[in-house]
Design a protein around this ligand. Structure first.
Ligand code: ADP
Ligand code: ZN
Length: 729
């Protein structure tokens, strides 16, 4: 596919504009390669594009315009083009939208140049002010990274004159630097930890797989704390030794700083970072250096899969079961599956690490498509916590309270011995429902079909769907009764209130994603808590994601039944994973932990499987059920969401689509719906859902494309196709 075009040749250019095909242009002076990033005229504008191949012709050739210029960036590799095509075909995404993911570098077209940057200096300022301290703190936090004046001012929340003041004193240095510089070299031969036999065997196997430089995928499974990270860092080392690049995907930005520290300990310097918390300057540098070979290792969020790697040899997907790998906005793709696709196109190895792998991954292991490695014990003396159910039917608990006497006793014991307890509740805010005691009215969002959640911390009601907030009303908006609005059900803030009353002398910390202004503030608080800065941690699922709390020995799950209520086909799987992950927080160091699960249905098969700790049994039961129902991973599904401000229109179109479903029937697929989507209105748009279920081997995408192409949709109506839907919004 790679080829060179001489000046004036007819070429096809794919732009990032919402058109459904490549456009023809003439190659510019000096010619260009397939894959070159170019600027082309489109109507009155200049837009970014990639030379896609030879032009199609077949129309008035005199009108074909010329490429304006070839950008100074490494051409898109053939392998990336293939990846984008395959990913677009799989997710039924128009190519321009796919291409946007691969061109997310700020200033892609800018020539290399110098710029003024700011770094930490040696001198101390004569006088420390809050503003000055903030600037220095930001610079220290980002260890050695350079900032532009604006980035530094914005990150620290100060004016640029504060920074200039620090420059005069030598506390901050101002220097000219090339825009993008290579990252310092990581040294794979620095000594790592001495691995246990288990770990060493797994590390050797991964290293061998990476060195083979052929495609393969390995599931790396082991309880939290068993050393999965230690082991896959050895795979990274093998990859670096082979001179290839490594990518590690993490599900949550909040986890990166802890991980970066470990990379630095192992390889001597920090790797490149790619996620929404990174400054534009660093993002540009990362994108460029990945393409030019000046970055050996990238730690990032799912979009890092679309970086222009020169020679990618390893992709690690850490916590591979995590639902945040599924992009739920714009291009709907699952980063875990795309990692496998990407690796298969560039002879790289994939490591899927998790304590609780997804059923999809189990099924692929079972089918012989993925290799499997297990780490069976926790590192050091730590063992899996003892897990017990607290049967809430037998507990004496007044209404409006959620901490059972049994759990309270456990916490009390930890307070006496100076150990930590975690109370886990996956509900942000104070109370999920605000109800009028006089008329029964529940306060809902004006734009969504969702209840407003009270956040006392913010002193407002918040819609968790669209983010809309409003003040807590004094009168019921329905019956105007005064002082009758009251909270129903628990959120973490309310739980904190209860804990404060029960344990007045304890230091209580609430960990919930909405309570932090920034990833940095969150990281700081987590570190402080881990070091013993709190006796009781109250948290949402944020805490389930891989943080280390060595002093923690008791986990109380406030409502183990919460996840079992949905109609989601993965409800059992999610609950199982979440509970195991949370329980895995206890007893990491030398003290054994206990996990108490408060439940009203201790005999539920999922609760029993969690308590028994019998993972294989849970998975085989779950697999049998899904196989029987013909749902993923044993069947295929696609979700279609139609939305429009006009409720009649959206139902009419959906009904019409359901009627004309021949292309789907031809492949034996079943169509369900139309039905109001589980959240029937978001941001004022009414939503209707169609679900399609097909055999594993059926050509689902082709049939869907043919089916959808039959309809001319009104412009106010949006249609989105979600292949392998994860959430059923
Ligand atoms: P996982 O990724 O499975 O949760 P980690 O790799 O994070 O496990 O290991 C848990 C903790 O134990 C970490 O603090 C890690 O540094 C430590 N650890 C694991 N294996 C070893 C080892 N062989 N030597 C020293 N420390 C280890
Ligand atoms: Zn809303």
């Amino acid at each position: 596919m790679q080829g060179f075009f001489d000046e004036g040749d007819l070429i096809a250019v794919m732009t990032t504009q919402p058109l459904d095909r490549a456009l023809d242009y003439r190659a510019p002076e000096g010619g260009c390669m397939t894959g070159a990033f170019v600027e082309v005229p489109l109507g009155p504008r200049k837009v970014l594009g990639v030379v896609w191949g030879r032009g199609e012709g077949g129309y008035d050739l005199a009108k074909v315009r010329r490429v304006i210029r070839v950008l100074d960036a490494v051409s898109m590799r053939d392998e990336m083009q293939q990846f984008l095509r395959r990913a677009a075909d799989y997710t039924l995404t128009p190519m321009p939208a796919m291409l946007r993911l691969a061109t997310r570098s700020p200033g892609l077209g800018d020539p290399p140049s110098m710029r003024v940057v700011y770094r930490l200096g040696d001198a101390a300022p004569d006088r420390m002010t809050d503003a000055r301290a903030k600037v220095l703190e930001v610079l220290r936090d980002y260890g050695g990274l350079a900032f532009t004046l604006k980035e530094l001012a914005d990150s620290a929340g100060v004016t640029s004159s504060v920074i200039k003041g620090l420059v005069k004193q030598g506390a901050v240095v101002e220097q000219e630097s090339p825009r993008d510089t290579p990252y310092p070299r990581l040294d794979p031969d620095r000594p790592g930890h001495d691995l246990t036999d288990d770990q060493a065997a797994a590390a050797a196997q991964l290293a061998q797989a990476v060195t083979a430089a052929t495609y393969g995928t390995t599931m790396l499974r082991g309880v939290t704390g068993s050393g999965k990270t230690e082991v896959y860092l050895e795979a990274v080392a093998a990859c670096l030794r082979a001179g290839r690049q490594a990518l590690v995907l993490l599900p949550e930005i909040a986890l990166t700083s802890e991980f970066l520290t470990r990379v630095q300990e192992r390889f001597g310097v920090l790797p490149a970072e790619w996620h929404s918390g990174v400054t534009m300057t660093e993002r540009r540098r990362c994108w460029r250096m990945v393409g030019e070979g000046g970055a050996q290792m990238v730690v990032g969020a799912r979009s890092a899969l679309f970086l222009p790697f020169r020679d990618l040899g390893l992709i690690v997907v850490d916590e591979e079961h995590d639902t945040s790998y599924k992009q739920e906005d714009g291009v709907l793709y699952n980063a875990r599956d795309m990692a496998v696709l990407r690796a298969s196109l560039c002879s790289a190895h994939v490591v899927l690490a998790s304590a609780t792998p997804s059923l999809e991954t189990w099924a692929n292991v079972e089918a012989g498509k993925y290799a499997r490695l297990d780490l069976t014990s926790r590192f050091g003396a730590a063992i899996m916590p003892e897990m017990r159910a607290v049967d809430m039917r037998a507990e004496d608990l007044p209404g409006g309270k959620w901490i059972s006497p049994t759990l309270a006793q456990g916490v009390m014991k930890r307070l006496e011995t100076g150990e930590q307890s975690l109370l886990f509740l996956n509900r942000r805010g104070y109370a999920p429902i605000t109800l009028c005691r006089a008329c029964g009215h529940q306060i809902g969002c004006d734009h969504c079909d969702a209840r407003m959640v009270e956040h006392r911390f913010l002193k407002r009601l918040v819609c968790h769907q669209c983010g809309e907030t409003k003040p807590m009303p004094e009168k019921c908006p329905n019956c105007e009764a005064e002082d009758r609005m009251s909270p129903v059900g628990p959120g973490v803030e309310r739980l904190a209130e209860e804990a404060t009353a029960l344990f007045p002398d304890a230091r209580i910390a609430v960990l919930s994603s909405d309570l932090f202004g920034s990833a940095r503030a969150m990281k700081q608080q987590i570190e402080q808590i881990a070091a013993g800065g709190a006796d009781i941690i109250i948290g949402t699922q944020l805490v389930a994601k891989g943080h280390n709390f060595p002093l923690l020995t008791l986990v109380g799950v406030i409502d183990a039944d919460l996840g079992l209520q949905g109609s989601d086909l993965r409800a059992a799987e999610r609950t199982f994973q979440l509970m195991r992950q949370v329980a895995g927080r206890a007893g990491r160091a030398d003290k054994p932990g206990t996990a108490l699960l408060q439940t009203y249905q201790p005999e539920h098969p999922v609760i029993r499987a969690i308590l028994a700790g019998d993972e294989e049994r849970f998975w085989s039961a779950e697999a049998a059920e899904r196989r029987h129902a013909g749902v993923p991973p044993y069947g295929r599904m696609a979700g279609i969401i139609l939305s429009s401000p006009n409720v009649q229109q959206v139902f009419d179109v959906a009904a019409d689509m359901a009627r004309r479903d021949q292309p789907l029937r031809r492949i034996g697929a079943q169509l369900f719906g139309p039905a109001p989507a589980p959240i029937a209105r978001i941001r004022g748009r009414h939503r209707v859902r169609l679900l399609i279920k097909a055999d594993k081997a059926a050509p689902l995408q082709a049939a869907l494309a043919e089916w959808v192409a039959q309809f001319r949709l009104p412009s106010s109506l949006r249609l989105s196709i979600d292949i392998d839907p994860q959430s059923f919004y």
